[in-house]
Design a protein around this ligand. Structure first.
Ligand code: CMC
Length: 431
C-alpha cells in the first residue's frame, strides 16, 4: 500500500501521494502542490528534486552502487564493451547476435561525415577548444540530413539510424576537432576497425602511416567510454532532457549536453585534475599545500576529482579506473610522476577530517586523466572523450522523453526576489 505524506500550511492539511521506485527509492509527489496550495518548492541545485522517473540507470550513492539497466557496472566493465553496453543503455536489454550485428553495421555505415562539413572545420581558429567544435559540429551534422530536418517529434521510423549516426559521427567529429586544433590533415575512418580502434586511428594515424593499435591501449580507452556511458540525472543529462522536452531533435538536444558537460564541476573535471597534478608537480609540493588551499573557502580552490553530489562513498567507477590505471601504466612501462602524486593525494585526503566529515571521495575523473595521458591523448581532449562515452546515456534519456505519452515541456518555476512594481522614468538629463 502506498504511503501518504501530509503537508500542513496556513492551518490546512494537504495529503500528498508518495512514489516508490523499483529499488525502494522514495519520493513525495508534489505535482498538484501549486494548484492546491499556491506554494511551489524551492530546492537550490535540485539536490532533493526528482525531475523524472527513469528506467535507465540506478545509483545508490551511499553504498557506491551503479547499474545500467540493472546490471552492475563492475560486471559490464569486466565482460562487456562500450558498443554492447551502449546498446543495453539505449534499448534496455543486451543485444542478441543479430541485433549487435545490425547496430555495428549501422555504426559503420554512418561513420563518414558529409564532405562539405570539412569547410565548417576550416572556419575554427587554430587552438579552438575541441568541446566548442564538438558541440557546434554535432548540431551542424544534423543539417546535412534532410530527413532529420523534416523529422517530426515521436516519429520512430529511422530513429535507429539517427541513434547510430550520432554515436558514430560524434567520434569522427571528435577526432577531426583534435586534428583541426593542431593544424593536422584529417584522417578518414576505416571499415575494418571497431569503434574505439577507429577513434584512435583517426586521432593519431598520419597520411603515411597507420597508428599502431596496441590492444591494451584500445581496451583501456574502451573501458573509459563504457564507464562514462550513463550516470542518471546529472547536469548534462538533465540538460539533454530539458532540451528534448521542447521536442527539439536528437542532435540538437545532445549538442546542448556537450555544452553542459564542458564545465570543470562536471565533465571538465578530468582536464582540471591533470592541470592540478601538474601544478603540484611543478611547485615541488607533495599535495599538502593544495589540500590546505582546497579546505580554505577563501582560496577559491577545490580538490578536483573529489566529491560528488550523489556518491557519499567511493565512486564505483573510480575503483575500476584506479585498477585499470595501474595495469595500463605497467603494461606500457610508463612511470608517471603524476600518478605518484595522485596516490599520495588520495591517501592524505582519505585520512583528513575535512574530507571525511563531508564524505568526499575520489570520483571517476581522478584517475581517468592519468590513463588518458598514458595513452597519449592530449589534455584538451579529455572532456571530449567523456562526451563520446556519455552519448548512449543522453540518447536513452532522450528516447524516454520521446516515448513519454503525456510528455510535458520542462519548465521550472522560481521565487522572484527582484524589485517590485516601479514605473519607467527616464534618467535625469536625458531627453
Ligand atoms: N574540494 C574541497 N571541498 C569540497 C570539494 C572538493 N572537491 N567538493 C565539495 N567540497 C565541500 C564543499 O565546499 C562543501 O563544504 P561546506 O559544507 O563546508 O560548505 C561540502 O564539501 C559539500 O559540497 P557541495 O559543494 O555542496 O557539493 P555538490 O554536491 O554541490 O558538488 C561537486 C559536487 C562534484 C560539484 C563538488 O564535489 C566538486 O566541485 N568537486 C570537484 C569537481 C569534480 O571533481 N567534478 C567531477 C564530478 S564527477 C564527474 C561528473 O559526473 O561530472
Amino acid at each position: 500500500m502506498s504511503k501518504e505524506a501530509k503537508l500542513e500550511l496556513d492551518g490546512k492539511v494537504y495529503p500528498l501521494p508518495t512514489v516508490e521506485g523499483s529499488e525502494g527509492e522514495k519520493a513525495v509527489d508534489i505535482s498538484s502542490l501549486r494548484a492546491n496550495t499556491g506554494y511551489i518548492t524551492l530546492d537550490d541545485g535540485y539536490g532533493n528534486t526528482g525531475s523524472c522517473v527513469s528506467k535507465v540507470t540506478f545509483i545508490d550513492g551511499d553504498k557506491g552502487i551503479l547499474r545500467y539497466r540493472g546490471i552492475p557496472i563492475e560486471e559490464l566493465a569486466e565482460k562487456s564493451n562500450f558498443i554492447e553496453t551502449g546498446y543495453l543503455i539505449i534499448y534496455g536489454k543486451l543485444p542478441n547476435r543479430a541485433q549487435l550485428k545490425r547496430f555495428s553495421d549501422l555504426l559503420t555505415d554512418n561513420q563518414f561525415l558529409h564532405e562539405d562539413m570539412k569547410f565548417h572545420f576550416e572556419g575554427f581558429p587554430m587552438g579552438a577548444h575541441p568541446m566548442a567544435i564538438l558541440s557546434a559540429m554535432i548540431n551542424a551534422a544534423s543539417c546535412f540530413d534532410e530527413r532529420l530536418m523534416r523529422w517530426k517529434w515521436g516519429e520512430t521510423r529511422d530513429f535507429d539510424v539517427y541513434v547510430a549516426r550520432l554515436i558514430s559521427q560524434v567520434r569522427t567529429i571528435a577526432a577531426y576537432s583534435y586534428r583541426k586544433s593542431r593544424g593536422l590533415p584529417l584522417i578518414y575512418p576505416k571499415k575494418a576497425y571497431k569503434y574505439t580502434a577507429n577513434f584512435l586511428h583517426m586521432l593519431f594515424s598520419t597520411p603515411y602511416e597507420d597508428f599502431e593499435l596496441k590492444p591494451e591501449v584500445v581496451k583501456a580507452l574502451d573501458l573509459i567510454f563504457l564507464l562514462h556511458a550513463d550516470h542518471e540525472q546529472n547536469c548534462s543529462t538533465s540538460t539533454v532532457r530539458m532540451v528534448a522536452s521542447s521536442q527539439a531533435n536528437l542532435f540538437a538536444s545532445c549538442a546542448a549536453g556537450v555544452c553542459a558537460l564542458w564545465g570543470p564541476l562536471h565533465g571538465g573535471a578530468n582536464q582540471a585534475v591533470i592541470e592540478m597534478l601538474e601544478e603540484i608537480h611543478r611547485e615541488g609540493d607533495d599535495g599538502s599545500k593544495f589540500i590546505a588551499a582546497a579546505k580554505d573557502k577563501n582560496s577559491g580552490r577545490k580538490l578536483m576529482g573529489f566529491g560528488h553530489r550523489v556518491y557519499k562513498n567511493y565512486d564505483p567507477r573510480a575503483k575500476i579506473i584506479k585498477k585499470a590505471c595501474d595495469d595500463v601504466l605497467s603494461k606500457l612501462h610508463i612511470n608517471d610522476p603524476l600518478l605518484d602524486i595522485a596516490k599520495h593525494l588520495e591517501a592524505a585526503v582519505l585520512k583528513d577530517p575535512y574530507f571525511i566529515e563531508r564524505k568526499l571521495y575520489p570520483n571517476v575523473d581522478f584517475y581517468s586523466g592519468i590513463i588518458m595521458r598514458a595513452l597519449g591523448i592530449p589534455v584538451e581532449m579529455f572532456t571530449v572523450i567523456f562526451a563520446i562515452g556519455r552519448m548512449p546515456g543522453w540518447i536513452a534519456n532522450y528516447k524516454e522523453i520521446m516515448e513519454e505519452p503525456k510528455g510535458r515541456i520542462y519548465r521550472p518555476r522560481q521565487i522572484y526576489t527582484g524589485r517590485t512594481l516601479n514605473h519607467y522614468a527616464p534618467l535625469a538629463g536625458r531627453k
